[in-house]
Write a protein that binds this ligand. Structure first.
Ligand SMILES: Nc1nc2c(ncn2[C@@H]2O[C@H](COP(=O)(O)OP(=O)(O)OP(=O)(O)O)[C@@H](O)[C@H]2O)c(=O)[nH]1
Ligand SMILES: [Mg+2]
Length: 235
């Protein structure tokens, strides 16, 4: 199945080139990488353009302002569908998600799963070098989400995913307004609610080595208020 890896970037100058080359090593003929850059002030967009000029499997979607991960992915999904992708991957560009795991995500989707989640909290998964605070936020987020949404998903805030085209064509992407972790939760929730199968496969998540995290208190708070709204609201 033809794959497009969506790679949102904001100030990933020190990661983008290595990531594109790593993906080149694991993707198959016809697969694509779509960089979605929100006008990074550090020049990531220009580096991505140079990579796209050199490597035909790479394209770049430039967006004028930083709006968060959710809007960036939604724009990327639309482009990937237009380009004919049969499987669409979500992946961070900071090497927290290991490019070597990409073929396993693809294989699980090709085996029949509609949504494949790279999961830190199933047997064999884990986090490499996170401190206690990050571990607690992440674990707490999973428990909180399960309390309200009952998806039976161990790692609902993760952002390493492989999604079948049909899922993106079926769920109402225009209705999704979440920006951060809530976006990851909402995508999976809407897919499940539409009757699609969700499968978790183990991944090891490592803290980024270069650049800075865009995780913020706002992103955590957004997830806290949006999760109950998903369950009880009209979303
Ligand atoms: N296009 C775009 N990309 C973003 C935005 N915010 C974050 N990203 C990218 O999304 C990916 C994940 O962001 P990170 O900063 O690593 O945030 P995180 O993974 O939630 O937080 P950590 O766990 O601390 O790494 C990275 O590739 C970022 O460059 C945004 O507003 N727009
Ligand atoms: Mg990260």
């Amino acid at each position: 199945m033809r794959v497009t890896v969506c790679l949102p970037t904001y100030n990933e100058r020190d990661n983008i080139e290595a990531m594109v080359h790593a993906l080149r090593g694991v993707l198959r003929k016809g697969d694509r990488v779509l960089v979605i850059d929100d006008s990074s002030p550090d020049g990531t967009g220009e580096i991505a353009d140079a990579l796209a000029a050199e490597l035909p499997f790479v394209s770049v979607l430039h967006r004028p302002t930083k709006e968060g991960l959710g809007p960036a992915y939604l724009a990327g999904f639309r482009r990937a569908l237009d380009e004919g992708a049969e499987l669409v991957l979500e992946m961070d560009c900071d090497f927290s998600h290991n490019p070597a795991d990409v073929p396993r995500l693809i294989a699980a989707a090709e085996d029949g799963a509609d949504v494949v989640l790279g999961s830190r909290y199933v047997p064999g998964g884990g986090v490499g070098n996170w401190g206690l605070v990050r571990r607690t936020i992440s674990r707490g987020g999973s428990i909180y989400t399960e309390l309200f949404l009952r998806m039976g998903v161990k790692d609902p805030t993760g952002g390493f995913k492989c999604i079948r085209r049909k899922v993106l064509e079926t769920i109402d992407l225009a209705a999704i307004t979440s920006k951060g972790y809530a976006f990851q939760i909402e995508m999976t929730y809407r897919a499940k609610r539409a009757g699609f199968s969700v499968v978790e496969i183990p991944i090891i998540f490592d803290e980024r080595a270069h650049g800075t995290s865009k995780m913020s208190r706002g992103i955590v708070l957004e997830a806290i208020w949006r999760v109950p709204l998903l369950r009880f609201g009209r979303a």
